[in-house]
Design a protein around this ligand. Structure first.
Ligand SMILES: [Zn+2]
Length: 417
């Protein structure tokens, strides 16, 4: 590794990174060490202001686009070169933790600080982005900022989305934009040379295997469905079993068949029925109607296509007495990251002698949309017992700093291409 690159990496400051994570965790802090920082809320605005103040202290350029994505740029030597980007999100789930999203933002800032302190010139600018509304907890859908930035969704189609209090995205966004008026305006769809996102794993693999760095190869595909089984309600005491159209009995048969469908010796398939509504939901009435959700995921395109396409026929075959309606509600194809970026991250982990492994991401991230417009990769660091979207989310300062060092090395390699 080049000496000046080594110098920059050595300036990644574990304590500065940890102290900043803890300072951000105070914005929207909730009992149990958690964080509630909804998109475009007072807390989100406060977090943005703190991030901007850290950027200004280094004279990095600060810009914002129409959906409130925040960009912090360290200039490159070639004025025509598109930025090499890194970042993640600052919003959280209502009962979120101290690391999901914000770690990727502050690891990116730490990389910029380290490179600045080392006085390294890069050909491409290096730009940190804090994506708006990744979680979608207040204004669905999730990964909104990156979807709008990359043109996958238009801002216009989202402005009338309301939160639980009836506030529109349009109003909350306008308030957020007005609260940081000094930022330059950034166009949507501006080109990027590459994107790397650092994130806690949100799963237990790295910790279980004693690895520090996950080299993320892509994001698994996902299919969602609502399944509705309609029968007929009747008196539980008087109606003989032979005459019933029991929607719950058929729903259970369908669910058992779906479990058979998704049985996987390799244990790679993810299959969840997380929601079920039974009508009339009374102990002495035969259920007339059952609605349940299906969430199935797999990193391999052929496998997720086969499983997703089989959901409706499997349910229909299992249901014997009631009628069936299956409605697809979400469909994300698996995303494979650019091999050159994946290799670049792996080279950095190896050069820093950090135990690492390649792995797909189980969760969706903003990197999924960036992968459509530029070479993209991700870096995972372990989190305690894989717990995430939970107040108890935890990670070790040394692992978080190791991820920031890998990020710094990878950004420097990409920014000099
Ligand atoms: Zn996240």
């Amino acid at each position: 590794m080049r000496e000046d690159v080594q110098d920059a990496i050595s300036r990644v400051d574990q304590k500065r990174l940890w102290d900043r994570l803890m300072e951000m965790a105070r914005i929207g802090a909730i009992p149990g060490n958690g964080v509630n920082r909804a998109a475009f809320s007072r807390e989100d605005i406060a977090a943005r202001k703190v991030l901007i103040s850290w950027a200004r202290a280094r004279n990095f350029a600060v810009a914002m686009d129409a959906i409130g994505n925040l960009f912090i740029r360290r200039a490159g030597s070639d004025p025509r070169a598109a930025p090499v980007m890194t970042g993640s999100h600052m919003d959280s789930q209502p009962r979120g933790g101290r690391f999901d999203g914000i770690y990727g933002v502050l690891a990116g800032l730490e990389a910029l600080e380290a490179i600045e302190e080392a006085g390294l010139a890069t050909r491409h600018p290096i730009e940190l982005v804090a994506w708006s509304n990744e979680e979608g907890g207040r204004f669905p859908p999730c990964t909104m900022g990156s979807a709008v930035y990359t043109g996958a969704k238009s801002l216009g189609e989202l402005l009338e989305v309301k939160d639980n209090e009836g506030i529109t995205l349009k109003d909350a966004l306008a308030q957020t934009l007005a609260a940081t008026p000094a930022a330059e305006k950034r166009e949507l769809n501006a080109p990027a040379a590459a994107y790397i996102e650092a994130h806690i794993e949100q799963g237990p693999l790295l910790e279980q295997e004693g690895k520090i760095i996950g080299i993320v190869t892509g994001i698994q595909g996902l299919r969602w469905f609502n399944v509705e089984i309609s029968g007929e309600t009747a008196h539980a005491g008087t109606t003989s079993l032979g005459l019933r159209k029991d929607a719950l009995r058929d729903a259970i048969a369908a669910i058992n068949a779906l479990h058979e469908l998704t049985r996987d010796a390799a244990d790679t398939v993810r299959f969840t029925i997380g929601r079920m509504l039974v009508t009339p939901n009374s102990p002495n009435s035969v259920p007339s109607h059952v609605l349940f959700s299906v969430d199935v995921r797999h990193p391999d395109p052929a496998t997720i296509a086969r499983l997703g396409d089989a959901v409706e026929p499997t349910v229909r075959k299992a249901v014997t007495r009631c009628s069936v309606k299956v409605t697809p509600t979400l469909h994300d194809d698996p995303c494979a990251f650019d091999p050159a970026v994946v290799d670049c991250v792996e080279r950095a982990a190896r050069a820093l002698k950090l135990a690492h492994r390649r792995m797909p991401s189980g969760a969706s991230h903003d990197a999924m949309y960036m992968a459509r417009v530029c070479p993209t990769g991700m870096i995972f660091v372990p989190c305690e017992r894989g717990i995430s979207h939970n107040e108890a989310e935890n990670a070790r300062p040394a692992d978080l700093a190791a991820g920031a060092r890998v990020l710094t090395a990878a950004l420097l390699e990409l920014a000099d291409r």
